[in-house]
Design a protein around this ligand. Structure first.
Ligand SMILES: [Zn+2]
Ligand SMILES: [Zn+2]
Length: 298
């Protein structure tokens, strides 16, 4: 293990910063049952925009393409698939936004708490000077959440939350379902243009041809943009899960202090064990088989 003096976040990790007497006692535990929600104006606006974009796609797909269609089987099949993907995307978004990403209890770096840990000589605990918490290994402070987050990957304004140890599954599912729903919408728009340009427009859409074309072009633009954005994000997330290195750790090129596991093991740490269909279900809370809450760097 290298000297802590070589690490980027040393300023927060030096033992000299530990002044427990400056920390207020932790808030009562009852607040931990309250729903997690970050009151950040920019994040709330982005999250609302995300939902509105899904509803816009829903509107165009249903009222411009599927309901006016003469082919009932085509409409039913695509309607069921599109609505299922929309539901899964929004459910993943909601869970990513309203799940505690792995926040370290605030203000727990009190003298009494540190004494109660009964540390052995040579053991060092790191305190975050910003939120007065004892910082477990691989935790980082987020200035928007104003908390230290375990295995923080990044703060995502689109889900108005940090992506960390406890909500990464929902975030990965969110990117995956948005990529799939965008692809599905693009395929349907392509079919619609293909079949309706040759046929009489009045049979294809209840809206006038110019309005129909504008609505479809906007949907294609939205679908293409989000297909690219979310599939890149999905790939990056899966890569960082498999290599067990968070976005922040990759960015800071932090020295690896944790054991190496197989890719499959790393996936199970995020999605729960054992492998099951629940991996794809945003409503299922993964069984993490929790590791130690605090890991100390000796
Ligand atoms: Zn902090
Ligand atoms: Zn955050």
């Amino acid at each position: 293990m290298g000297s802590p003096a070589h690490r980027c976040r040393d300023i927060e990790r030096q033992a000299g910063y530990l002044h427990p007497e400056q920390c207020a006692p932790p808030p009562p535990r009852a607040s931990s049952h309250a729903m997690w929600f970050i009151r950040d104006g920019c994040g709330i606006v982005c999250a609302v925009i995300t939902w509105m974009l899904v509803f816009y796609a829903e509107f165009v797909v249903l009222f411009v393409m599927l309901l006016p269609s003469r082919n009932l089987a085509y409409s039913l099949l695509n309607g069921a698939l599109f609505n299922s993907l929309a539901f899964l995307s929004l459910a993943s978004h909601f869970r990513a936004m309203c799940t505690d990403p792995g926040a370290v209890p605030k203000g727990n770096a009190t003298k009494e708490f540190i004494e109660s840990l009964q540390l052995k000589p040579g053991q060092v605990v790191y305190k975050c000077p910003k939120c007065c918490s004892i910082k477990p290994d691989r935790a980082h402070h987020c200035s928007i959440c104003k908390r230290c987050i375990r295995k923080m990957d990044h703060h995502c304004p689109w889900v108005n939350n940090c992506v960390g140890e406890n909500n990464q599954k929902y975030f990965v599912l969110f990117t995956m379902y948005i990529a799939l729903i965008s692809l599905h919408a693009l395929i349907m728009v392509a079919f619609h243009f293909l079949f309706c340009f040759e046929a009489d427009w009045t049979k294809c859409s209840t809206f006038s041809p110019p309005v129909t074309v504008i609505l479809l072009i906007l949907l294609s633009f939205e679908g293409l943009l989000f297909l690219i954005f979310t599939s890149v994000m999905f790939g990056t997330q899966v890569h960082s899960i498999c290599s067990d290195e968070t976005g922040i750790e990759q960015l800071k090129k932090e020295e690896r202090r944790w054991g190496k596991k197989t890719k499959w093991m790393n996936m199970r740490v995020v999605f729960g064990h054992p492998f099951s269909i629940a991996w794809l279900n945003p409503l299922a809370t993964p069984d993490y088989g929790k590791a130690e809450a605090y890991q100390y760097v000796v």
